[in-house]
Design a protein around this ligand. Structure first.
Ligand code: HSE
Length: 431
């Protein structure tokens, strides 16, 4: 049997602990795949004294990244700390000292990907990041390798397990938003700062990484239009259900000719379609390639062992040399990037509007008139008898129209004197 490969694990939180557990518990199986044993030589974490129930001798664990980066016996490091710093400095230290890196940190790659990839290439090292997007789903390999023959036309995905868990549990159990968020945190789905899950930041960072792989363009994630799930309540879910839809947080990147439109926002997805049937902490990604057509990927996108599954697969790929080859070809589309210009969020799709209006004569025609002035055609309108005094919700489904035109019409509606509150406007996906 060849000598073991020695790995350093940076971060022993939910994912890091899962990775150590998997490498130890499945050692024989992993050895067969890698052709040699893979052992955790050292780990680095903030709280050395904490008992995590791991088979890791205390003298192998420290708080100092240099115990891994300066150890010549270690060739691969799994960087499993979240956030930008010290993660960025640690990644640079590891690369500078000749380590191949595997990471689950999507925030780091979305923010500093170009700089870190360039450094890795300069140093002849690889960065593998399957676990950074959609947890256990092998979507990075699918886009970067398996679908390499295709020009990708669009990516649509539920990329955040926590927000999907919240939406589907509220919808199925009528549960309270705050209670479900606390449960998602207890289950280890949520980020250290869960506002990044619910405000769409996490999904947007993942979309930025997928866009780099699929379209060869590094879009600064903060420039991608983003709306979180904070405004989704049970009334909205009931209105969507009445029309045959569920609400999901959907990340979209879609190319037409040389233009790339991207956005992350809650959307109505038709009941019975794969995105609508994606529940709990599951993620889903639908990709359209010009040769393969539409493909659908589904699996657990958050949680300890699904994410560890992706990290350990990347470690094996690094050990056998596959990661180096894949990483070299990750940037091949970059030269084409000028061909895919981001033009913002304008996409042609059906829209769902919920407008809170005064219940008096002429109001409906005012609203439909404003939509007409912006070239928006209405497919259906629902207005129920008011339960009491005050305004009534008007639910409008449009025919396909541009998101920019709808946004302008909504601003006009909200500025009129017949509405109270802010209009909710969501895209509608029928397939
Ligand atoms: N907080 C993330 C999620 C974990 O809920 O999807 C995986 O990136």
């Amino acid at each position: 049997m060849p000598d073991p490969v020695r790995v350093g694990v940076v971060g022993l939180g939910t994912v890091g602990s899962g990775v150590v557990r998997l490498l130890v518990d499945s050692a024989d199986h992993i050895t067969r795949h890698a052709g040699r044993p893979i052992v955790v030589e050292r780990a680095v974490c903030r709280d050395v004294g904490r008992d995590r129930g791991l088979k890791l001798a205390p003298d192998r664990v420290s708080t100092d990244i240099r115990t891994i980066s300066r150890d010549p016996s270690i060739s691969v490091a799994a960087l499993l700390v979240g956030g930008l710093e010290p993660a960025r400095s640690m990644m640079i230290d590891l690369l500078e000292n000749g380590k191949d890196v595997v990471t689950a940190n999507k925030a780091l790659l979305a923010e500093h990907g170009p700089e870190l990839f360039e450094l890795a290439r300069k140093k002849g090292r690889s960065i593998a990041f399957e676990a950074a997007v959609a947890g256990g789903i092998p979507i990075v390999a699918a886009i970067g390798e398996c679908l390499a023959a295709n020009r990708i036309d669009s990516i649509r995905g539920i990329l955040n397990g926590t927000s999907n868990f919240i939406l589907s549990t509220m919808e199925e159990e009528g549960a309270d938003y705050a209670d479900v968020l606390a449960l998602a945190q207890a289950k280890g789905y949520a980020e250290a700062d869960p506002s990044m899950d619910v405000d769409g930041t996490d999904a947007t960072q993942k979309l930025a990484i997928l866009a780099h792989l699929a379209f060869g363009v590094w879009v600064p994630w903060a420039e991608i239009p983003r709306t979180g799930i904070e405004g989704v309540d049970s009334d909205l879910m009931a209105s969507a259900a009445e029309l045959g839809y569920r609400i999901r947080l959907v990340a979209i990147a879609s190319r037409s000719d040389d233009r790339l439109a991207m956005r992350v926002a809650p959307a109505l997805v038709k009941i019975g379609t794969p995105l609508a049937e994606t529940r709990g902490a599951f993620n889903a990604v639908s990709i359209v390639g010009d040769a393969v057509g539409r493909m659908f990927f589904h699996g657990l996108g958050a949680g300890q062992m699904p994410t560890a599954s992706a990290v350990v697969a990347d470690i094996i790929d690094t050990v056998v040399g596959r990661a180096a080859i894949t990483f070299r070809t990750t940037g091949v589309l970059d030269a084409e990037s000028s061909a895919a210009r981001v033009v913002g969020a304008d996409m042609v799709q059906k829209h769902f509007l919920r407008v809170h209006v005064d219940d008096r004569p002429g109001v409906l025609s005012r609203i439909t008139g404003i939509l007409g002035e912006h070239g928006i055609s209405i497919a259906s309108v629902i207005q129920r008898d008011p339960a009491g005094v005050g305004g009534v919700p008007l639910v409008i489904m449009t025919h396909a129209c541009g998101t920019n035109a709808v946004a302008k019409a909504v601003a006009h509606i909200d500025a009129s004197d017949v509405v109270s509150g802010t209009t909710v406007c969501l895209g509608v996906l029928d397939d």
